[in-house]
Design a binder for this molecule. Structure first.
Ligand code: SF4
Length: 398
């Protein structure tokens, strides 16, 4: 029986950063109490038709800024989850936190509630980068947050970093990386800045007020991370993720994100959350107020009378069936992101009853032929060259 994952979206931020296109809202903190109540209702309704005997092995509070949730709200959500789902004994429970929103007391409270992984949005150590991104924290806040997290007993910390920023130089990225490594987290996620349509930053670039770095410079920053991180004990296991190894030699990967990369099922709960379970992809209504309204007594009653088909909940606004071919394509697309393990031919055949080489004969011949993919035993994976053009490789499979 497959274990599931739960993603819980917390759509509140103190302030909206210039580059952000996530489903998050500033100035709506007065909705948090009602939102928590609605989220607990959604958890209950999603659990009602959950496959019998299936467990849940990862929870991920993402946002937005989940660390804005007061501890009693978080306690209520976790109690509801534990009452309605079977969490595996070693379940990974991650919460995204913004440095500057947490205190030692808050982090101790999180640990006491069972949160065992903290993902912190550091982004950069450089004050100019943080200002351009409109982040509200400083590197000093990151140092404090990491120190307090350790004091609170967190042994699994991730730091998020962004490179390829306007006016960022290779030297300043190297300095950020050095300082980040100095904080000794277990895990790093690093993404190149993508200008998203509709964000203030995109408008500034279009109006010539900000200049994005050349693609080559951003590529050099990524290559620097590829070269340096293994030297200081971080192995790359996914195209944008690096981690230390534990005492048994296992990479301390993010188990929740592995669920996505292995194309395994998860429920997306909360405003704007996306899920994948029961052969469909689901999307929830985005606006927090609209989300809360979907869990009024009358709306729940209507749902219970008409539509209670797993994995739908009253918040579901979009359901996309995933046929077998699409599932195979998506398995390749996300699985090849795992740069070490790639996609196992044996597991592919066990899951789909078809040989990977026959379903994707053309793509594999071409991509292995041009040096973007390689076979290592039973696994097909990206080469070093392939990592630099990962997105183009993934697109070949859909
Ligand atoms: S803190 Fe994160 S989620 Fe919130 S606005 Fe900034 S980038 Fe977006």
């Amino acid at each position: 029986m497959t274990n599931y994952s739960l993603y819980l979206h917390i759509p509140f931020c103190r302030h909206r950063c210039a580059y952000c296109d996530f489903n998050t809202y500033a100035g709506m903190n007065d909705l948090i109490g009602d939102y928590t109540h609605a989220l607990c209702q959604e958890i209950e309704l999603a659990a009602a038709h959950f496959p019998a005997h299936a467990g849940v092995h990862t929870l991920f509070f993402g946002g937005g800024t989940p660390s804005l949730l007061p501890l009693p709200d978080l306690a209520q959500i976790l109690t509801t989850i534990r009452a309605h789902f079977t969490l595996t004994p070693d379940a990974e429970i991650t919460l995204e936190a913004n440095p500057g929103t947490v205190s030692l007391e808050y982090l101790c409270g999180l640990r006491a509630l069972g949160v065992n992984r903290l993902s912190m949005g550091m982004q950069s150590a450089n004050p100019n980068d943080l200002r351009i991104l409109e982040r509200e924290h400083t590197f000093f806040d990151v140092i404090n947050a990491v120190k307090w997290a350790r004091q609170a007993g967190f042994t699994n910390l991730n730091l998020d970093l962004i490179f390829g920023l306007p006016y960022q130089t290779l030297a300043s990225w190297q300095h950020t990386l050095d300082l980040a490594v100095g904080l000794q987290p277990e895990h790093f996620s690093m993404y190149s800045l993508i200008l998203e349509h509709g964000t203030p930053m995109n408008a500034w670039v279009e109006r010539g007020l900000l200049t994005m770095p050349e693609d080559d410079l951003a590529a050099s920053m990524y290559e620097w991370a590829l070269e340096q991180l293994p030297k200081v004990g971080y192995d790359q296991y996914e195209i944008s993720n690096w981690a230390r190894r534990d005492s048994t030699g296992q990479v301390i990967a993010c188990q929740h994100n592995l669920q996505y990369w292995l194309n395994q099922p998860y429920l997306g709960l909360g405003a704007g959350a996306h899920g994948y379970a029961g052969g469909v992809r689901t999307a929830n209504v985005r606006a927090p107020r609209a989300y809360i309204e979907r869990f009024s007594d009358s709306a729940i009653q209507r749902f219970n009378e008409n539509e209670k088909l797993f994995p739908r909940t009253p918040a579901t606004v979009n359901v996309t069936p995933i046929d077998r071919m699409t599932e195979m394509q998506e398995t390749m697309m996300v699985g090849l992101r795992l740069v070490e393990q790639g996609v196992s031919a044996t597991k592919f055949e066990q899951r789909f009853g078809k040989k990977i080489e026959s379903v994707f004969q053309k793509q594999l011949l071409e991509l292995v032929g041009n040096g973007a993919l390689e076979w290592v035993g039973d696994h097909v994976r990206l080469t070093e060259r392939g990592k630099m053009v990962g997105n183009q490789v993934f697109m070949q499979f859909i």
